[in-house]
Design a protein around this ligand. Structure first.
Ligand SMILES: CCCCCCCCCCCCCCCC(=O)SCCNC(=O)CCNC(=O)[C@H](O)C(C)(C)COP(=O)(O)OP(=O)(O)OC[C@H]1O[C@@H](n2cnc3c(N)ncnc32)[C@H](O)[C@@H]1OP(=O)(O)O
Length: 190
């Protein structure tokens, strides 16, 4: 089992000088993203804000379409919310990274209509590997932890998407009139 803890010699994650200021809403990186896109009726519609350093906060309202057991959020959906929140840290570093490994602890059940208050931070960088952690609290941002996760993201080049994604969506994303979304997709990659 590969560790999700930064190894000895890992560097601190660097906030890019052009990263959005703390408190800024990050918006969606892709309209059809299940985590943050407005074009997904049953998606999570996560709203993420930049924090200090390489950290973010986000809110996710659990809706009836997100159920697993009656009246409770599906665990996989909660993991998706954590994944998406940690995934958005890349924008503060101006790198594109994808999830390589993710581990979730489910601490408390999360009822439908709950607002899950998420926070995530980068805990270290080693080569192309970005180590992250996140938690989701219920009953307010200071409420009890319901879920937490650690994940390893791996920096990739834009070809990761253009070589592997279905062509019609790739072409549409390249033609996206939203300049910020296009920049997040195509211009931040080293
Ligand atoms: C049109 C364009 C639109 C673009 C728009 C972009 C917008 C920005 C997208 C953001 C999206 C956010 C959304 C949420 C985040 C997702 O959900 S991302 C989707 C889920 N993830 C994936 O699909 C990834 C699938 N996996 C892969 O493609 C490949 O396995 C990876 C992850 C790129 C790694 O492959 P690789 O580049 O060949 O890496 P490799 O050289 O083998 O390994 C590099 C290092 O990572 C380690 N490693 C690799 N995999 C693992 C693993 N699974 N576990 C532990 N360690 C690992 C290796 O051991 C190695 O470590 P070192 O030897 O350097 O110490």
């Amino acid at each position: 089992m590969r560790s999700l803890t930064p190894p000895p010699g890992a560097a601190a994650a660097d906030r890019h000088p052009d990263a959005p200021a703390p408190g800024t809403l990050l918006g969606s990186h892709y309209r059809h993203c299940f985590g943050c896109g407005s074009g997904q009726p049953h998606g999570l519609h996560l709203e993420t804000r930049a924090g200090e350093g390489v950290s973010v906060t986000a809110e996710f309202t659990v809706r009836p379409v997100h159920q697993g057991a009656p009246g409770l959020a599906h665990g996989g959906v909660l993991t998706t919310a954590l994944d998406e929140t940690m995934g958005s840290l890349g924008w503060l570093m101006h790198v594109i990274a994808v999830t390589g490994r993710l581990e979730t602890d489910f601490v408390r059940p999360v009822p439908v209509d709950t607002v899950l208050h998420l926070s995530a931070r980068a805990t270290g960088v080693h080569g192309r590997k970005i180590f992250t952690s996140a938690e989701g609290r219920i009953g307010g941002s200071g409420g009890p932890v319901a879920v937490r996760a650690e994940a390893l993201f791996i920096q990739v080049k834009v070809e990761h998407f253009t070589d592997n994604g279905r062509d019609e969506e790739i072409q549409a994303a390249m033609a996206d009139p939203d300049q910020v979304r296009r920049a997040r997709a195509f211009e931040v990659n080293p």
